[in-house]
Every structure is written in C-alpha cells, then in structure tokens.
Design a binder for this molecule. Structure first.
Ligand SMILES: Cc1ncc(COP(=O)(O)O)c(C=O)c1O
Length: 382
C-alpha cells in the first residue's frame, strides 16, 4: 500500500497536477538541496566543504540502479537530445539500411537520427501507430517486413510518450539484435517507474532526463553506454573526464587520456553543484519508495481514470497495452484543444499530445486529483 506523498510538495489541494510526463514539481528535499548548493555559490571564496567527486559518484550509482547498470556505465549529460547525439556519433550506419523509429516519437529521440540517416544514405522507417495499441506486434512486424532494407539502428522507447502505450522492450530488443542492428532506447517516460534492466534489454545506448519521473532538475540527463561503446568519441572536449586535469598540475602537462567507462561522454560544465545535488536528493526520495508499491499506486490512479471516462467520448488503449503511470484519452478532434484548456481553467493540468489528452500522475497524486479530472471531463464532454 502506497500513501500519496503530497506532503513533500507545494501542491495546493485545489490543483490537480497530472502532468509528470511533462515536468514534475520540486519536492521539499530537492528544494533544500538546491538552497544548500546556492549557499555555496554565494561564497565562492570560502573553503569548499562540498565533495563534488563523491556527489557525482553517488549520482551515477543512483541513476545506474534504475536500469540495472554499473555506475561507470553512466554519463552525465544535459538532455536526452545530447545523449542521442552522442549515440548517433558513435554507432555505425550503413548506406542502404533503415533507421527504425515509432510514428510520432519525441523529436529529441528522432531528429538527430533523421539527419544521420540522410547523411549516411540510410532511410527512416516509422512504425505506424497500431490501431489496437499493440506496439510490440507492430514493431516486430515492421522489423520483419519482407523486401525491406535491413535495419541498421532501432530507436525505441519502453512506452510511447504521447499516450503511455507500451512496448515489450526485451522482446523487441532481441528481434533488433537478431537483425544485427543497434538499439538506442529513449527511457525518458519509463526510468524510475518501470523496471528496466540493461542486462536484459542490452541496448547500445539508453537515455533519460532528471526532470520528469525522477523528480529532479531541468537541464540534466543520464546516458548509459554499453561497455563496447565506451571507447567512443564524445561530443565535446573538456578536462573533467580526463585522468589528470591539467589545471591541477600547475604548469606540468596533464594526462589527457579519458577516465575509463562511459564518463568520457559527460557534458562540459557537468559539475553544476545545484543540479547534481538536486538530482541526487530527488533520487534518494524516489529510492525510499518501494518501486512496486509506487507502480501499483499509479496503476490504481490510471485505472480510476479509465473506468471513470467510460460513457464519455474518449478512446483509451486496452489495459494490457497501457503503462501504469500514463494514460492517453483521445477525444473527438473538434473537442481536443477546448477540453485541455477547459480542464486547466478548472485547475486540472494535463498535456495535449498529438490529439491525445495525456494524464500522468506521480507519487504526489491521489484519488481526489483523479476525481477532479473526471468531474471536469464530464462537465466538458458529458
Ligand atoms: C519521450 C521523450 N524523450 C525526450 C524528452 C526530452 O528530451 P530533452 O531532454 O532532449 O529535452 C521528452 C520530453 O517530453 C520525452 O517525452
């Protein structure tokens, strides 16, 4: 049994914020971490009591734990788009092959691959959205399409960001590997909530940001690089991922070889104390909750949404294809924008995504938030 964690957040009772898939509000411990970090920034001349290296090590371990990885397999970057650019710069793509994407997948996952495909003489193949919500079958069918070019790289999420419809990633990953293709995973809408295990999925790269389900700050993301890619070429050249930063050696040349592991893909100005401390505090809070209990809580809320909209003109994917924490409601096209705007007017916050009203509760939500959403939908569409 999981109790709503609303007390950690500055959420007024009359606000039903159901939009964790966009961005999450700041929990009190995360705010405290930010304030402590700012106090350090206020006094740059004072002796630094902060163990930045320790904090970074801890953060890598916290992020790695979400996906069954080792801390040294994790790079600290600025955004999922950055992670995707690193992956695109390091995976071979042969002329005449296909890059497999999902229809309407997120631009941060797709744009760099569209560009790369053009540059390499490969094509982009978007798996059309399945009418029955079964992305796994749709991707497997597309992978095996007779006469199609071989897949060079598949860029896939564990669930679709617009409506939470799921892919069975281990199953799809095995089929991708069987073609000899690389697999890049955008785990933005899954890490922290859904069980992900890189030993099972075996992605080449896998990325997720801090500011959604992890309850962390904007401007920070993590990328897992499989061990076979850890000799790759980072996007930027800086000294924070080198064995002996030259500046510390006062006049002697530094050892500019990379620290072993995925750390070579770390971004420049990685050591932003505020974001690192906030992310670590957020992951500590998240880590204190039993993952299965949180998932069951969120599943209960999205089921409450699904049951509550029965009889309204809203299409919902079948339960077996729905993630526990995101549910998409598709209204008639003419009512789409006015419904989302009407809900906001009633202090019910959800996201409009490609014709779908995306409802995404997190640990701070409860049945009363969902009741407010349902009352609003009945008023607007009933
Ligand atoms: C599926 C998915 N990927 C990536 C992102 C964010 O990417 P970035 O960190 O590049 O802004 C989002 C944000 O909504 C998303 O939903």
């Amino acid at each position: 049994m999981f109790e709503s964690q609303r007390r950690h957040f500055l959420l007024p009772r009359d606000v039903a914020y159901l939009d964790a898939a966009a961005i999450t509000p700041m929990a009190a411990p995360v705010r405290q971490a930010a304030e402590s970090a700012l106090a350090v920034a206020d006094r740059p001349w004072a002796p630094r009591a902060v163990d930045k290296a320790g904090l970074l090590l801890c953060l890598r371990a916290q992020a790695a734990a979400l996906i069954g990885a080792r801390p040294e397999d994790i790079a600290v970057v600025s955004a999922v788009s950055y992670a995707m650019a690193s992956a695109a710069a390091n995976l071979p793509l042969q002329r005449g092959t296909r890059v497999l994407l999902l229809a309407d997948d997120h631009p941060s996952a797709c744009l760099v691959w569209e560009r790369r495909a053009r540059a390499c003489g490969a094509t982009v193949d978007r798996v059309p959205a399945p009418l029955d919500g079964d992305w796994t079958a749709a991707v497997l069918e597309r992978l095996a399409q007779p006469g199609a070019a071989p897949v060079g790289v598949a860029v896939l999420p564990p669930l679709h960001w617009t409506d939470g419809t799921t892919l069975d990633l281990p199953v799809v990953a095995a089929a991708v590997r069987a073609q000899g293709a690389a697999l890049v995973v955008d785990a933005t809408q899954a890490a922290g909530i859904v069980d992900l295990d890189v030993d099972e999925i075996r992605p080449d790269f896998l990325a997720f940001p801090a500011y959604k389900w992890l309850l962390g700050p904007y401007g920070l993301a993590f990328v897992y690089a499989a061990p076979q890619h850890q000799q790759g070429e980072p996007l930027e050249q800086h000294m924070n991922n080198r064995v002996q930063p030259a500046l510390r050696l006062a006049g002697t040349p530094g050892d500019y070889s990379f620290i072993p592991g995925a750390q070579r893909f770390d971004r420049g100005e990685r050591d932003n104390l505020q974001t690192l401390a906030m992310a670590s505090a957020a992951l500590e809070l998240l880590g204190g909750w039993t993952p299965g209990a949180l998932r069951a809580h969120l599943r209960g809320l999205t089921d409450q949404v699904a049951d509550g909209v029965a009889g309204l003109p809203l299409d919902v994917a079948p339960r077996p294809f729905r993630a526990p924490h995101i549910i998409g409601l598709r209204p008639p096209a003419a009512a789409f924008e006015s419904t989302v705007a009407g809900l906001a007017h009633m202090n019910v916050f959800v996201s409009p995504r490609r014709g779908v009203i995306r409802v995404a509760p997190h640990a701070y939500n409860d049945a009363e938030d969902v009741a407010r959403l349902l009352a609003g939908l009945r008023e607007l569409l009933g």
